[in-house]
Design a protein around this ligand. Sequence first.
Ligand SMILES: Nc1nc2c(ncn2[C@@H]2O[C@H](COP(=O)(O)OP(=O)(O)OP(=O)(O)O)[C@@H](O)[C@H]2O)c(=O)[nH]1
Ligand SMILES: [Mg+2]
Ligand SMILES: [Zn+2]
Length: 354
Amino acid sequence: MNTLNKLGWSDFFETSLTPDEKQSMTIGRISTVNKTNYIVIHENGIKACELAGNLMFGLDENEKPKTGDWVLFVDYGDLGIISKVLPRYNCLSRQKSGKEIAEQIIAANIDYAVIVQCLEIGLNLRRLERTLVQLQNCNIDPIVLINKTDLLISDEQQKTMSFMIDAYQAIPISAYHGNNMKLLKDQILTGKSYVFIGASGVGKSSIINSLQEGNDIKTGEISQATMKGAHTTTSRELYILKRGGVVIDTPGTREFGLTASSSEPESSAFHGIGDLAKNCKFHNCTHTNEIGCKILMAVKTGGISEDEYESFMRLNREMEHYESSLQDRKQKGKKLSKIIKNMKKSGYKNSSTP
Ligand SMILES: Nc1nc2c(ncn2[C@@H]2O[C@H](COP(=O)(O)OP(=O)(O)OP(=O)(O)O)[C@@H](O)[C@H]2O)c(=O)[nH]1
Ligand SMILES: [Mg+2]
Ligand SMILES: [Zn+2]
């Protein structure tokens, strides 16, 4: 396997290049983005790059290179100038926190997302489900980890942990003591890309460090007073593991807002609730008061707990909200361009153009 393949290069990207581009430019993958500076890994090392002017001003925020993106750059020695961002195979995105409806891209060209939760901060099934739904929307396979299993476990946590292992094939590990790290290592393949996600302090950087077998990522010491890590990761960063595999460390994310475009959360994240919904009497059933609603029926007979039902409905509402806001914006955009067209037709000239 050549170096580019080890970095995650594949035919998908190869076919997007012209022979001319291949000759005159260097291929690289974005490791870190720092405002207008990009650290790019390529076949012969690492290069600090900036965007060519036309990209800087011509691309939307989400089209600009993100960690994991493949780019072409021209090498000027100390600095590289990025002249093209290759089409993405997929990307991990989330709805930005806050009220604004906007998609934030976390990383591009990802094979697996490693979802990390830990016993110390607490296992959270609802959060896990939300993340799984979003991963399905992004077309990314999940690997679920439960870290810090060296700590004392309450009966309640033990129950939740067993459920997670059963239902989601979660791997219980300890980055400290190395428990089950071999199971995780076996899942990390050369040439595949893995983004680590989860709340701050769950141990994402520690796990990556122990995969790397050489300590070079800063990890936090939890302050007893605040329960927050002191060396908390502040930017996304892509590393190539010596043993093979590309990993991306990310700063902790509490919320994983959905940007789903499907109207029902997928069934596998919800253990059959989604499947039940398909059999409701009305295909546009809102599962709130309809006769013949299979979900309401299951809640009544105890097949689905109130908790699960609430969570399912919350996810639905969230996705609907995202969808309709997006529609709104598209409509507004259309109206605006129509107005501009009409103005142009009627001979209006922008006063700033000479
Ligand atoms: N007991 C125990 N502590 C761990 C384990 N793994 C990590 N820690 C500790 O948990 C704290 C947070 O670890 P980090 O690796 O910095 O967590 P993170 O997920 O990268 O956090 P952010 O960068 O803030 O998102 C540190 O104090 C680690 O030493 C583990 O397996 N067991
Ligand atoms: Mg970290
Ligand atoms: Zn229904």
